[in-house]
Structures are given as C-alpha cells and as structure tokens.
Write a protein that binds this ligand. Structure first.
Ligand SMILES: Cc1ncc(COP(=O)(O)O)c(C=O)c1O
Length: 406
C-alpha cells in the first residue's frame, strides 16, 4: 500500500466508523423474491422469511405482474441482452421507439426519450438545455439528481445563475423569479423553474397551477420531475398535473422514472416538445456517451403503461389504501404527514431512532425504512411508509399492529 492509499483507507474507515457510532450505517437487506405486498427477506444467517413490504415504490403493484414479466422475457428473447452500444451508433431497438411514443402519448406531449435511470434523465436536462445566460430556480426539497443536474449545468455552462426557494413557498418563488429576470440576458436567457411533482421524503405535492401562472407571468419554463406522481396522482395516474386537472402540455418538461410505479425495474425519461427531445438526443452527454435503456426494461415498462391505461381502477385502489393507511396510522397515535400521495412519512426526528424503529419493525415482520441525515435535513428523521395497490386492508392492519407495538 503506498502512502496515498493508506491516507485514503484510514480516512474512509474513520467516516464509516462515524456512521456506525451515530447509528446511521445503512444495512443492505437482501430480498429473495419479487417485490409485492409481501417480500421474502434473507437474514444474515442464510435463512429467509416473509415480511409485509411498506418501503417499495411499487405503487401500482406491477413489479410482479405476470404480463410485465412476460413482456420483459419476450424482449430478452427477441433482442438479446442489449444494444452493446450507445444509441446514436447502433443502440436503438424498436422497443425504444415504442416506449418513447407511449410515454409521450401517456403524458400528452410531443415526444420523449429514455435513459438508464431517472437520475441520468434529470442529469441530462440542465447541462444540455441551459446556456450561460440562463437562470435555474429550484425547490429546496427537490431530489438530489435535480440538484446535481443544476450544479453540473453551472460548471459546464459557466454563467448559469442558480436560485433556491423554500419548499412550496410560492411567494419566495416569485421573489426568485424577479431576481432571475434581472440575472438573465433580456430576450435571450431562459428562466427555468424546476420542482418534484411529489416530494419523495414529504409525500407533499407541488402547487403546479400556481407555479404555471407564475412561470407564464415571468416567461419561465416549468420542469417537473414526477417520479413519485406517475401512476399515483390523478384519476388515470398520469401524474401531479392530472391531480390538478391540468392538460399534459401545461408542463414544459417532464422527467420521470420507470423504476417505481411503471414496472419497478429501472429507467427514466424526459418528455416534452420535439425541440427539447431533439436537443437531448443531439447534445446530451448521457445520451451520446452511455448505453440505451436495457431492452427488457423498455418492454416491461411499456407493458406497465398499457396496463395502467387499461386498468385505472388500480389507481383508485391505491388511493383507497392511502386514505385507509393514513387514517389508521394517525388513530394509532403517530404523526403522519397529510397528503393524497402514497408516501406517508412518520416523523420521529432523530436518525438513530428512525433506524432503530425500522429494525424493530423488521423483527415484527414489517419492512419499513427509517431515513435520516443526509437524505433528509438533520432533526427531521422519519419512517417512510409507502403504500401500494398490491396491499389489501389486512396488510395495512398488520403494519399498524406492528407500529402499535413499538
Ligand atoms: C423525485 C425523484 N427523481 C428521480 C429519482 C431517481 O430515480 P431512478 O431510480 O430512476 O434513477 C428518484 C428516486 O428516488 C426520485 O425520487
């Protein structure tokens, strides 16, 4: 080991020891079967057992749907492992075009383009679409990948101005829009406002109608990452904009994931105007220098959207489950944040406490994750309960019975 390696190793060990001491060290649970209302978990001693699953983003219960599985298997049979290339060289299969057309139709916009993850999709957006004279205004609770995309844009396109407003605080957004207007080149710079549709740690939703009005007043582009809203919000699960009865085109750019409600494997997309998508295809670095979405995922996610369109009752079942879960968690004396989303955070404040509670719940046969710093701000640790259309009321009763025993 040379001295630099030694320096790194001792630094890494000290960081890891600190995490252990503070009870913040994350244990990677091994799951021994498909994601569903219940899951089979493998214990460190090699045995496995069944637990109620309340920590997956499998909102519509499609991750283990026979048609979703079969579509992926057929994709593998028909096209093999993958493209072995980036898309503009020889890496675009027919299923890529099919799913991109389907996503665009689903959201009611002109076009879409897929990526290996929503992280990559978001990371492609600002560094590709912004120019140095632009300004980006971001909600303080936006997902980490949006934050990193903005940071990257400010490095790649030096000169981009960045603003952050308090979560869902539209008066502050308006003030930032005023500032951004002064910071951008008149008639040339673009102002971008970006928000999660559903905030992943709060389960709260962005006020898209008011944001649209503000964006129109200031001539700004509205970008919405609806990773937790797709399949969940609105009568047919189109997302947070549908929850507000807004047409698809009222959001300028959507980003989203295929790794939650839409099959649960992986993959993400950007959807919007033809110009947005063409710029991403021509200039996006993740597009030009990274392989395509695996074809099996393209096929199974496409099937998931088809099922969602065919069976809107899944969205209704999820909504009923969410209302029931919130009601009985609260009746059991827990502080659960109110909202119509499938994310029900129970605030417990300290990270170590959240992690200890999730361990105890696991002993009681319920799989729920505790989140603390740095995923949420210090002092705001929580158990994040996530509801699925795969759950029956009896599963939710089982969750609350375990919560009561804590
Ligand atoms: C709002 C939001 N955007 C993006 C992502 C990243 O999704 P993916 O796993 O597809 O990269 C997540 C995942 O947690 C998310 O919550």
């Amino acid at each position: 080991m040379n001295t630099t390696t030694q320096t790194f190793t001792s630094r890494a060990r000290s960081i890891l020891d600190g995490l252990r001491e503070r009870g913040e060290f994350k244990f990677l649970q091994t799951v021994d079967g498909p994601m569903d209302a219940t899951v089979r978990l493998r214990s460190p001693d090699g045995t496995s057992r069944e637990a109620l699953c309340f920590c997956s983003n499998n909102y519509l219960g499609l991750a283990n749907h026979p048609e979703v599985i079969e579509a992926g298997v057929k994709g593998l049979r028909d096209y093999g492992g993958g493209t072995a290339s980036v898309r503009f060289i020889c890496g675009t299969f027919t299923p890529h075009h099919e799913i991109e057309e389907r996503i665009a139709r689903f959201l009611g916009v002109e076009a879409s383009y897929t990526f290996v993850s929503a992280w990559t999709a978001n990371e492609a957006v600002f560094p590709t679409l912004c120019e140095p004279q632009d300004a980006i205004i971001s909600d303080a609770l936006n997902h980490a990948c949006i934050i990193d995309s903005i940071r990257l844009a400010s490095v790649i396109k030096k000169g981009v101005s960045r603003f952050v407003y308090k979560n869902n605080d539209l008066a502050e957004l308006e003030a930032k829009l005023e500032e951004a207007k002064k910071a951008t080149a008149p008639g040339n710079g673009v102002i971008w406002v970006v928000t999660d549709g559903v905030f992943s740690m709060e389960g709260s939703i962005a006020d898209l109608p008011k944001m649209r009005t503000l964006c129109d007043r200031f001539g700004a582009m509205l970008v919405v990452d609806d990773s937790h809203g797709t399949g969940v919000m609105g009568r047919t699960g189109r997302g947070t904009h549908e929850h507000y009865d807004m047409p698809g085109k009222s959001v300028d750019i959507y980003t989203g994931t295929l790794g939650k409600a839409l099959g649960g494997a992986a993959g993400g997309y950007v959807a919007g105007s033809r110009e947005v998508i063409d710029l991403l295809i021509q200039r996006g670095r993740p597009t030009l220098f990274s392989n395509a979405l695996p074809v099996t995922v393209a096929c199974s996610a496409s099937k998931a959207i088809e099922i969602l369109d065919r069976e809107p009752q899944r969205v209704q079942k999820l909504r009923d489950n969410v209302a029931y879960a919130r009601k009985i968690i609260r009746a059991a004396g827990f502080d659960v944040l109110e909202s119509p989303t499938a994310i029900c955070p129970i605030i417990v404040h300290e990270t170590a406490k959240a992690i200890a509670m999730s361990k105890r719940l696991l002993d009681l046969g319920v799989y729920v994750i505790g989140f603390g710093y740095p995923v949420v701000p210090e002092g705001h640790a929580r158990l994040r309960v996530q509801i699925s259309a795969a759950h029956e009321p009896s599963h939710i009763d089982g969750l609350v019975a375990a919560l009561r025993r804590l």
